[in-house]
Design a protein around this ligand. Sequence first.
Ligand SMILES: [Zn+2]
Length: 438
Amino acid sequence: MNTKPHLIRILALIMLAAAVSAAAIGASPQTVRIGLTAFGGSNINISADSGLCVGKTGSSDNLLTAQPISIDLEAGSKGITIKFDNKSIDAGASLTITPSDPADTLRVTSENKLTRKYRKTLEINFNARSLRVINIVSLEDYLLGVLPAEMPNSYPAESLKAQAIAARTYALSNLRKHASKGFDLCDCTDCQAYIGVVAEKPNCAKAVRDTCGQVLMFDGKPASILYSNDCGGATRDYAELYPDCNTPYLCAVTEPDDIIHIIWQLAYRFTELEKKLRDAGIKEASGLKSMMVSKTGSTGWVLEIKITGENASTTITSSRLRKILGVSTLKSELFTIETLTSKELLIKGKGWGHGIGLCQVGAKALALPPHNLTYDKILAHYFPGTQISDCSTITTSETAMVPNGGNRRVSRSRPKKNKTPETPKKPFDVRLHVPESP
Ligand SMILES: [Zn+2]
């Protein structure tokens, strides 16, 4: 038996495998899987003007011989049923749907008649008598639907470009955040807001195109950045909340005095406040006598509050207070507390959001006269020490999700490790605009 042909074949296979592996490892992460949280019921309708190509996930064969314009999908007790033209077809546990014309979009309508349009591909997975809808889309197309949901289209072009790079960087550094649910990122503010094609706006789209592929890098990896609406004039140092983090670029930076920030105030009667604190389990607030700021960070952001009741006192974090009073009520943790009378106090604050990283209101002002900063200067202001790079240069270190359950390897920065990604211990990792509590 001549072994040479076998050896040559084996060597060829090894070389082919190495080439495929190298191509996968070297590739930039072009595709992301976005969980569409608004469509989690047991029934949805999907339609496309050009018709629908419907297949079982992982198979290139069409499940339907026709290419219907509209189908209903229903989650039964064992899997997904496709309904159209008075027919019912058992489709198993996972479907992949694309429009017949690749340039067309897919419309998804929920049980309560919410309709949104998405590009490219939808994967529908059976999940305990309900449907899980995932949009598999290129990173750049995803950003077209993110940017207008995260920053007004009317903002100056340079601030929109800075935001586009921030959103792209956030996506790359948080791939697989929802891996246990089969997607990379969700479509709400837990990750980044994304409502598909309907959200796309021309100025935002231009900013995405003008910065195509650009990401913020630190130490050879996409930076683990954050952004919020209004920092109140000075951003918050992330290390003051999490000293062991490796994110020196999330340091506190101050803004020029001429930038106008939101100011707000809240008046509370002690009795009202006592009830809220006690309802939250703070029994020391019984017979509330005072509540005052007891610790602040370098830029004035509050870290701790001292609460004194009739018989005891305690301290709580400012983020816990924000959670108790409501994140939309106590808009930020940059505030002072004034005791008005023995029965009333006043909380006076600035800004809106967690105040870490890029400040959107500040970025807008820095892009306008007299500052006239370009997007790279804006990003350097908020993320000192980072560099803008092309994401195709990213080398590999961790796996990211790809369609149909495969994996590709890409590099990403995760300085804040959560053992349970779905319920992180550090909520700043997951709330961009209105954080919960650290
Ligand atoms: Zn999420």
